[in-house]
Ligand binder design. Structure first.
Ligand SMILES: [Zn+2]
Length: 108
């Protein structure tokens, strides 16, 4: 189910888990790019690529303390204790419980 912003009704809303996943993906990409810098010319390019991807995913699985701290800062400063963040207007709100879509407060 898609969560919409309670203010601007945009669907560009992420929750804390999505933010955590994005940070981990950036960490894996960074590991991959570092492996890219240290090219190993004796390997077959496809073999090297799979090996580097595997290393990057392994590094992402073990959350480095810096990454954990970064995730904690994102949750504290961007989400401020709320569950969801609208990427369009910056509104923060908790996940609407029950029937989420189409509800508008004060409609008569
Ligand atoms: Zn919004």
């Amino acid at each position: 189910m898609e969560t919409q912003c309670l203010i601007c009704e945009s669907s560009a809303v992420i929750d804390r888990q999505a933010a955590r996943t994005i940070v981990l993906a950036i960490g894996a990409l960074r590991e991959f790019m570092q492996a890219w810098k240290i090219l190993q010319p004796e390997r077959e390019p496809a073999q090297w690529l799979l090996h580097s991807l595997s290393n990057a995913m392994g590094a992402a699985a073990h959350i480095h303390p810096d990454v954990q701290s970064f995730i904690a800062d994102v949750e504290r400063y961007q989400f401020g204790g709320f569950d969801c963040l609208c990427l369009r207007c910056g509104a923060r709100f908790d996940t609407p419980s029950g029937a989420a879509s189409g509800t508008q407060p004060g409609s008569q």
